[in-house]
Design a binder for this molecule. Structure first.
Ligand code: GLA
Length: 539
């Protein structure tokens, strides 16, 4: 059932749309009043965009009208309002978002901010409402209705008390980095009950679960709102979360969910602000095994000092602990406040270290190679999370995806596939299910990766394994194939080079050792990944 508020909104929207053409006609031909006589839009507006699942995405607009010129701000998902400029003439509104005066500083370890993309809104004023539309790069045409509101309604709520800092006990989960699937990269707001079931089916039928991929994680946009008792409810894309969890469990898999310490999630859905204990209980009652907890709107309420962030995450960590159910706790605050230094104290099992990944070489390369200095903070049960995998989503070539998989494994990063598991090519399967590479990621010793050498665009990374062997990745970050390598002696494995056992983990073949060093052509954006053991130890 569609929620009454959203149904009413859709009706209003349809009515306005039907009369929009008439309004334009009227405005241009009949309404010849001077601009000064038209309605003054100055003030505060709430823009509601139906999500199509019974919920709306709300944002606030503040207009200053001067003659036919419009200025003001639009408050969307971030902590900062975005300036807007435009015109309002003959009932027709047109405005564009402008770059913020001071760009937000990227979180430590985060890739540089993506270039600002202006967004254009057009709309019609009628009967005290604004019918607005814009093109969103991800969702296409987005349409909504804005109504007047008060300044007070646009302000974030006051902060709630946060607990005094303490070290929560280790929950004993994910001794090796979690492996599974997450809905966001491929499905974003389109994830629903049927797609999650299909991913669970495909996880098993593709062989992914046998290779170690266990978690089926629902990201943002499952939330409905709250019932009269304040309990979180699902939206109509997820008719019965308990039944869905039972289904995923019946496949031998585990299920994850998503929320925010703020009142709204990053996609503008209901967050856990002030309902942490209640929500944790609900998740436990549904049978949830994993929670990704995403800062989002909490940034507008709390400051980003390490102490506030720690307390904010500790609050949910304690709530999860109090349920008595083992639930993996995944912190997502983009690396703010050096989360790798305190994330484990909040009961955190993993923490995002960067902003969002995109399915492009530039994004993956920037994120992946910026993580080496903090690799030593990853420990069994507590992992750095450079974001989910994009392998199989089509934005990179096979060499680049092999680099993605190799790098994430060397970093002991969570391996959360972000593609559609139903239609994987053999190539995608061979990358995601390369067991020799997965074994690096899942090595129980979890020793940190190190930079062995760097020569322009060639980076050689190495990581010791529990069994004494050493993994070496010869990465070519350049745009042309290049000769890369390293000396066997630099691995400090002892003994003569001829006594080394070397395996190429992408070619799945042994490499014969000739001379003092390894050297081979590495494709552009590609990697040669080797496991090297002294003959006395079997790799
Ligand atoms: C943030 C997170 C993403 C994803 C979206 C969902 O951007 O970093 O991983 O969870 O929110 O809205």
């Amino acid at each position: 059932m569609e929620a009454p508020a959203a149904r009413n909104l859709n009706l209003v929207y349809d009515r306005l749309r039907r009369s929009a053409a008439l309004a334009v006609f009227c405005a241009t031909l009949l309404c010849t009043r001077s601009a000064g006589a038209q309605t003054d839009l100055s003030g505060y507006w709430i823009l509601r965009v139906p999500n199509g699942d019974g919920t709306t995405r709300d944002s606030f607009i503040q207009f200053d009208e001067s003659g036919e010129t419009i200025s003001g701000t639009l408050s969307g998902r971030g902590p900062r309002a975005t300036p807007i400029t435009g015109t309002f003439k003959d009932g027709q509104l047109h405005f564009t978002t402008q770059p913020p005066a001071e760009p937000a500083a990227p979180a430590p370890g985060a890739p540089p901010a993506y270039p600002f993309r202006p967004q254009v809104y057009d709309g019609t004023y009628q009967d005290g409402k604004l019918l607005l539309h814009t093109q969103n790069p991800r969702q296409g045409l987005v349409q909504g209705v804005a109504e007047r509101t008060t300044r007070e309604a646009t302000l974030p709520p006051s902060p709630l008390p946060l607990p005094p800092l303490k070290d929560l006990p280790d929950n004993g989960l994910v001794r090796t980095p979690p492996m599974g699937w997450n809905s966001w990269n491929k499905f974003a707001g389109k994830v629903d009950d049927a797609s999650v079931r299909a991913m669970a089916d495909a996880m098993v039928s593709s062989g992914m679960s046998k290779a170690g991929y266990i978690y089926i994680n629902i990201d943002d946009t499952w939330e409905g709102g709250r019932d009269a008792a304040g309990d979180i409810v699902t939206n109509r894309k997820f008719p019965d979360m308990k039944a869905l969890a039972d289904y995923v469990h019946s496949k031998g898999l585990k299920i994850g969910i998503y929320s925010s310490p703020g009142p709204k999630t990053c996609a503008g859905y209901e967050g856990s602000f002030g309902h942490e204990v209640q929500d944790a209980k609900t998740y436990a009652a549904w049978g949830i095994d994993y929670l990704k907890y995403d800062l989002c709107s909490a940034r507008t309420i709390y400051d980003s000092s390490p102490e506030q962030l720690q307390a904010l995450y500790q609050k949910m960590g304690e709530a999860l602990e109090s349920t008595g159910r083992p639930i993996v706790f995944s912190l997502c605050e983009y690396g703010n406040g050096d989360v790798w230094k305190w994330g484990a104290k909040t009961g955190g099992n993993l923490w995002r270290t960067t902003g969002d990944i995109r399915d492009s070489w530039a994004s993956m390369d920037r994120i992946g190679f910026s993580q080496i200095d903090i690799a030593r903070y990853a420990q069994p049960g507590h992992w750095n999370d450079p974001d989910m995998l994009e392998i199989g989503n089509g934005g990179m070539n096979a060499d680049e995806y092999r680099t993605h998989m190799s790098l994430w494994s060397l970093l002991s990063a969570p391996l959360l596939a972000g593609n559609d598991l139903r239609d994987m090519s053999d190539e995608t399967k061979s990358i995601l299910m390369n067991r020799e590479v997965i074994a690096i990621d899942q090595d129980p010793a979890a020793k940190p990766v190190q930079l062995l050498s760097q020569n322009d665009k060639l980076e050689v990374l190495s990581r010791p394994m529990q069994d004494g062997s050493v993994i070496v990745g010869v990465f070519n970050r350049g745009d042309a194939a290049a000769q890369g390598g390293f000396s066997w002696a630099s691995l400090n494995l002892g003994g003569p080079a001829t006594a080394l056992q070397v395996r190429d983990l992408w070619k799945h073949q042994d490499v014969s050792v000739k001379g003092d060093s390894y050297s081979d052509e590495v494709p552009a954006h590609g990697v040669a990944l080797l496991r090297v053991a002294s003959a006395s130890k079997t790799p």
